[in-house]
Design a protein around this ligand. Structure first.
Ligand SMILES: NC(=O)c1ccc[n+]([C@@H]2O[C@H](COP(=O)([O-])OP(=O)(O)OC[C@H]3O[C@@H](n4cnc5c(N)ncnc54)[C@H](OP(=O)(O)O)[C@@H]3O)[C@@H](O)[C@H]2O)c1
Length: 281
C-alpha cells in the first residue's frame, strides 16, 4: 500500500518544523515548503499540488502581527486569509484533506469565560479577523477540513517566542517587565504538533481547540519559565498592558473531550518537558 503523502506548508516556521520532527516519516511520505512556495500566489500553490498530489495539506504558514500599520494590514490578509483560501481551493481540487492552524484570537479578548468550539467567534483585532476569515474560506471551499486553534505557542526554534525572550532578557541582565493582565494557556509546539500528527490519520473533521490545560497570566508564565531554569532570583516586574488593555482568552478543548482523540497536558508539564529537552540538546 502506498504511503499517505503529507505536505507541511510553512515547514521552516516554529510549528511546521516541529511537526516535521514529530511525524513518523516511515509511516508518511512528507513533503515540505516554506516561502519557496508562496501561498499568496495561486499559480504556485496549484502547480505544487498538481505535481506532488499530497493526500493531506497542513497549513502552518502565516504571519503573527497586529496589522496596525497599513502595509502590515495588507500583508496580514494576503498571507493569512488569501494564502489559506488558495490552499483550500487547490486541496479541494485534488481531493486532499486540509489541516489549518488557527488561533484563540478569533475570539474577543475582553470575555473572561472559557470558549469552546461551538461558541461564536468574534475577533477584535486585525490578526484575529484575518484568521477567522481564513477559517470561513476553508470551511466553504474544502469540506474535508480540520481547523486547529491554539494559544501562546512557544518552541520550535526559528522565530523568537516568549520563552526565548524571557530567557534572553534574564541572561543579558535586562529589566524584565511582563503584563499581569493578559491571560491564556501557554502551549508548546511539541504538544500541538503531536496532536496535529494524530489528526492526519484520523477520521475527524471540523474545528478543534488545542491548548495546554490550565491558564496563567503572562507574568506567571515568565516567573515559571525562570523558576524551571533555576533563575528564581531574577526579578520580574508585573505591569499593565500598554496597548488595548489586557487580553483574556481561554480555550476549552471540548472536541478533544467529546471524541477522546487526544488530551493536552498541563501547561506547566509541557513547559518543563520543553525546557529540559532544550537543556539536553
Ligand atoms: N505563535 C503563536 O502564539 C500562535 C498561536 C496560535 C496560532 N498560531 C498560528 O500557528 C501558525 C504557525 O505559527 P508559528 O508560530 O509556527 O509561525 P512562524 O514561526 O512564523 O511560521 C510561519 C512560517 O510561514 C512562513 N511564511 C510566511 N509567509 C509565507 C508565504 N507567503 N508563503 C509561504 N510561507 C510563508 C514564515 O516565513 P518567515 O518566518 O520568513 O515569515 C514561517 O516560516 C500560524 O498560522 C499562526 O497564526 C500561532
Amino acid at each position: 500500500m502506498s504511503k499517505t503523502r503529507v505536505w507541511i506548508v510553512g515547514a521552516e516556521g516554529n510549528l511546521g518544523s516541529t511537526i516535521y520532527r514529530e511525524i513518523d516519516r516511515e509511516e508518511y511520505r512528507v513533503i515540505t515548503s516554506d516561502k519557496d512556495v508562496d501561498i499568496t500566489d495561486v499559480e504556485q500553490v496549484t502547480r505544487y499540488m498538481d505535481v506532488n498530489r499530497p493526500d493531506v495539506v497542513i497549513n502552518c504558514a502565516g504571519i503573527v502581527r497586529s496589522g496596525d500599520e497599513e502595509a502590515e494590514l495588507v500583508e496580514l490578509y494576503k498571507v493569512n486569509t488569501l494564502g489559506a483560501r488558495n490552499l483550500a481551493v487547490a486541496s479541494r481540487k485534488t481531493g486532499a484533506k486540509i489541516i489549518h492552524i488557527s488561533t484563540d484570537d478569533v475570539f474577543a479578548g475582553n470575555v473572561t469565560a472559557e470558549r469552546n468550539e461551538f461558541d461564536i467567534a468574534m475577533p477584535d483585532t486585525e490578526y484575529g479577523k484575518s484568521k477567522l476569515a481564513a477559517e470561513t474560506m476553508i470551511r466553504e471551499l474544502n469540506p474535508k477540513h480540520l481547523i486547529v486553534r491554539s494559544s501562546w505557542v512557544y518552541g520550535g526554534g526559528k522565530n523568537e517566542d516568549f520563552v526565548d525572550k524571557i530567557l534572553g532578557q534574564a541572561k543579558s541582565g535586562e529589566k524584565i517587565q511582563v503584563p499581569n493582565d493578559q491571560i491564556s494557556s501557554p502551549t508548546s509546539c511539541r504538544e500541538l504538533a503531536r496532536f496535529i500528527v494524530c489528526l492526519i490519520g484520523s477520521r475527524e473533521y471540523g474545528i478543534f481547540h488545542a491548548a495546554c490545560q490550565g491558564r496563567c497570566t503572562r507574568y506567571e508564565f515568565a516567573k515559571t519559565i525562570l523558576q524551571e531554569k533555576g533563575l528564581d532570583q531574577v526579578e520580574v516586574e508585573a505591569v499593565f498592558s500598554s496597548a488595548n488593555g489586557g487580553r483574556c482568552t481561554k480555550l476549552r478543548n471540548l472536541m478533544m473531550e467529546i471524541t477522546g482523540i487526544y488530551r493536552m497536558p498541563d501547561w506547566q508539564e509541557a513547559l518543563r518537558e520543553y525546557l529540559s529537552e532544550e537543556e539536553n540538546g
